[in-house]
Write a protein that binds this ligand. Structure first.
Ligand SMILES: [Fe+2]
Length: 163
């Protein structure tokens, strides 16, 4: 395991790659769950495509630094709750839970990319930092969308559950 600065950056980028691959599965599930909500479904699908490209960009950064990505670590899938069956829960609960999980995931990503960009800059890896900045912007955009859409989803589901 490399312990110099560049080695650390490679390890962190490899973790970011695992994170993106885990979120790819999470977003696939959540986009499917939101099929009845056109705007949310469309936005989740768009971010799923962005996420796939982000994983490729991060992989490219790892390779540029002389490393190679490892098989995506299961710990990230677990952490983000990907693969958890929601089928036994009412749909309205699923949509609220998904929105909360996605909101948390985007902020985890924002923190991760801020740390990675900072590390890359400090190590003089300007090209890596330049490739990560657009990813950070995409995560911030997605977090903003979720921030705006969490209250309506909650209100809508509360309304549906009222008796
Ligand atoms: Fe991402």
């Amino acid at each position: 395991m490399p312990t110099n600065g560049k080695g650390r950056l490679v390890t962190w980028l490899d973790d970011a790659y695992s994170m993106e691959r885990a979120l790819e599965h999470l977003l696939e599930q959540h986009a499917k769950d939101a099929e009845g909500h056109a705007e949310v479904h469309e936005r989740l699908t768009r971010h799923l495509e962005e996420t796939r490209r982000q994983a490729e960009t991060v992989k490219g950064c790892v390779e540029e630094l002389g490393g190679s990505v490892s098989r995506p670590k299961k710990a990230f899938a677990k952490f983000f709750g990907a693969g958890q069956a929601m089928t036994n829960k009412p749909l309205q609960d699923t949509l609220v839970k998904n929105a909360i999980a996605d909101y948390a995931a985007e902020h985890f990503e924002i923190a991760s990319y801020r740390a990675l960009i900072d590390a890359a800059e400090q190590l003089g890896e300007a090209e890596v930092a330049d490739k990560l900045r657009p990813i950070l912007r995409q995560e911030e955009d997605m977090a903003r969308f979720l921030e705006q859409h969490l209250p309506p989803v909650v209100h809508e589901q509360l309304g549906q559950g009222a008796s």
